[in-house]
Design a protein around this ligand. Structure first.
Ligand SMILES: *[C@@H]1O[C@H](CO)[C@@H](O)[C@H](O)[C@H]1NC(C)=O
Ligand SMILES: *[C@@H]1O[C@H](CO)[C@@H](O)[C@H](O)[C@H]1NC(C)=O
Ligand SMILES: *[C@@H]1O[C@H](CO)[C@@H](O)[C@H](O)[C@H]1NC(C)=O
Ligand SMILES: *[C@@H]1O[C@H](CO)[C@@H](O)[C@H](O)[C@H]1NC(C)=O
Ligand SMILES: *[C@@H]1O[C@H](CO)[C@@H](O)[C@H](O)[C@H]1NC(C)=O
Ligand SMILES: *[C@@H]1O[C@H](CO)[C@@H](O)[C@H](O)[C@H]1NC(C)=O
Ligand SMILES: *[C@@H]1O[C@H](CO)[C@@H](O)[C@H](O)[C@H]1NC(C)=O
Ligand SMILES: *[C@@H]1O[C@H](CO)[C@@H](O)[C@H](O)[C@H]1NC(C)=O
Ligand SMILES: *[C@@H]1O[C@H](CO)[C@@H](O)[C@H](O)[C@H]1NC(C)=O
Ligand SMILES: *[C@@H]1O[C@H](CO)[C@@H](O)[C@H](O)[C@H]1NC(C)=O
Ligand SMILES: *[C@@H]1O[C@H](CO)[C@@H](O)[C@H](O)[C@H]1NC(C)=O
Ligand SMILES: *[C@@H]1O[C@H](CO)[C@@H](O)[C@H](O)[C@H]1NC(C)=O
Length: 386
């Protein structure tokens, strides 16, 4: 009779039980069972060999491919280090009937890194391709779980800090903020004009303090010969203000660079050239720079010490309007200079607490260069603001 013959078949099968080998993962960390789908008779034993990584053999269902089936078989995690080449752990499933057994790897369950969600699934006795319980249908369902986990993660993830690489060397640095174009009317004293500029997040307003601007003295080096600018940076400097760089004894420059390349002269850079000042000098040369915008300006000294080390790498950098509340602050700039051009580099030579010296030696000399913003340029003011 019909039922009897099935029982006989099952017995016959178990009498000649086969062993079927399945690899879980592979030597290069692939997220795959191979073979992916097998057929087995009742009584057969499927031996799963775990390769590098940390996989499981966990039973699920066709409907929920990446979720453990209640009461289903489960190997638990089988970590295998990358340098292991033999003696891989195994796990055996004994096949008791001809019903499909759906299997997945439970690693990183419920996360975008889910092995199952990446398609790491396997089946014993699934239906043929095109049938309602085919292996390809099961794998597609697992991949759909993975896609859903990925999209949930990208929807809820906090925005990743945006990073880029410095223009030379291998340092990772905060990306430049996104600027937006703004048009405003600027009124100063009796004058008023329209300016269009790229608004740089966190920078000051584009309104000049006065038509002629205020002056700020910055000491380049000091009487003791230290490799500093004092103050090391200036904030809230509106367009038209003048920075008067006062060169103390030694032989420094004030040279414009960029945040991403702190010790490299920028294209069309402002550059004082070398200002050699004798140790007994009584009148320090001045180099004036007029500020035209409120986006940050970055500077360094391009001199090298007799031992070949660069002043810039020792922390001799300067900034106008660095956005101190942002990752691209002065300290980040100085650290980057030390990292890229320094030796062991911590911006050691900086003296961030030094105060400016607004009075003192003469504010002019034959070596000085005055860069004034003519009235004709009023409408060309480029400014960057909050
Ligand atoms: C490991 O499996 C991945 C697929 O997941 C495959 O791309 C890779 O070639 C396999 N590596 C080896 C050594 O078989
Ligand atoms: C294997 O993975 C599980 C689950 O992620 C984890 O708890 C366990 O620590 C891992 N084992 C090793 C040795 O990495
Ligand atoms: C694998 O590397 C670990 C340390 O990384 C070491 O302790 C272990 O002995 C290595 N195993 C083999 C088989 O080389
Ligand atoms: C088959 O039966 C054995 C003994 O009851 C059990 O240990 C095993 O987990 C069963 N196999 C499956 C796939 O359920
Ligand atoms: C120069 O060094 C002396 C002694 O260390 C110190 O008192 C003085 O403040 C320094 N001057 C400057 C301008 O840093
Ligand atoms: C100043 O430094 C530059 C560059 O190192 C050098 O060429 C120049 O001769 C120096 N000037 C004096 C007067 O030492
Ligand atoms: C500085 O010293 C040099 C020699 O070391 C001397 O020739 C020069 O006159 C001195 N200058 C001043 C202003 O004292
Ligand atoms: C500001 O504009 C003046 C005149 O065009 C120019 O000489 C000066 O170098 C500019 N300043 C900066 C910081 O670019
Ligand atoms: C900093 O390093 C870069 C890349 O090596 C080099 O081109 C540049 O001249 C250096 N700057 C200084 C001031 O040494
Ligand atoms: C300023 O830069 C330093 C050094 O890179 C960094 O640790 C700090 O978080 C930055 N400040 C802000 C407000 O981002
Ligand atoms: C960095 O410092 C260590 C010890 O302080 C020193 O041995 C090494 O030579 C330095 N490296 C450079 C590039 O100066
Ligand atoms: C630099 O600017 C200051 C402030 O406006 C001014 O008094 C001085 O004459 C200027 N110096 C030179 C050399 O242009």
């Amino acid at each position: 009779m019909f039922f009897h013959s099935i029982a006989t078949l099952a017995l016959a099968a178990s009498a000649s039980a086969a062993i079927i080998n399945v690899d879980v993962g592979n030597s290069t960390g692939g997220l795959i069972f191979s073979p992916e789908a097998i057929n087995a008779n009742p009584g057969d034993q499927v031996i799963y060999t775990f390769h590098q990584k940390n996989h499981t053999v966990t039973q699920s269902s066709f409907a929920a491919p990446c979720s453990p089936l209640d009461g289903g078989v489960n190997s638990g995690f089988m970590p295998v280090a990358a340098n292991v080449t033999d003696g891989f752990p195994t796990f055996t499933i004994t096949v008791n009937d001809t019903k499909p057994i759906w299997v997945f790897c439970d690693q990183a369950a419920g996360t975008p890194a889910s092995h199952c969600g990446a398609g790491m699934v396997h089946a014993i006795n699934c239906g043929p391709d095109g049938s309602a319980n085919s292996f390809s249908g099961f794998k597609a369902a697992a991949l759909a779980v993975g896609a859903s986990l990925q999209s949930q993660a990208s929807a809820t993830a906090p925005p990743a800090p945006s990073l880029t690489t410095a223009d030379y060397g291998t340092a990772t640095i905060p990306a430049a903020p996104v600027e937006s174009t703004v048009t405003v009317t600027v009124t100063v004293e009796a004058s008023s004009w329209v300016t269009t500029y790229a608004s740089y997040p966190g920078s000051p307003a584009p309104t000049p303090a006065s038509l002629t601007g205020n002056a700020h003295i910055v000491d380049v080096g000091n009487v003791n010969g230290s490799l500093t600018f004092s103050p090391p940076f200036l904030t809230d400097i509106p367009p038209r203000d003048i920075i008067s760089f006062r060169f103390n004894p030694k032989n420094h420059t004030i040279t414009q660079s960029s945040f991403a390349a702190p010790c490299l002269k920028a294209d069309n850079a402002i550059d004082s050239g070398f200002m050699a000042v004798a140790a007994n000098a009584t009148e320090m040369p001045i180099f004036n720079v007029t500020v035209n915008e409120t986006a940050p300006l970055w500077f360094y000294c391009r001199q090298h010490s007799p031992d070949g080390s660069s002043h810039c790498g020792a922390g001799m950098v300067f900034a106008v309007n660095p956005v101190q509340s942002s990752p691209r602050n002065f300290s980040a700039f100085q650290l980057l200079a030390a990292q890229l051009n320094g030796t062991n580099a911590t911006g050691a030579a900086s003296s961030p607490n030094a105060s400016p010296s607004p009075t003192g030696s003469g504010a002019s000399s034959s070596m000085a260069t005055n860069i004034a913003l003519g009235m004709g340029s009023l409408f060309a003011v480029v400014a960057f603001l909050l």
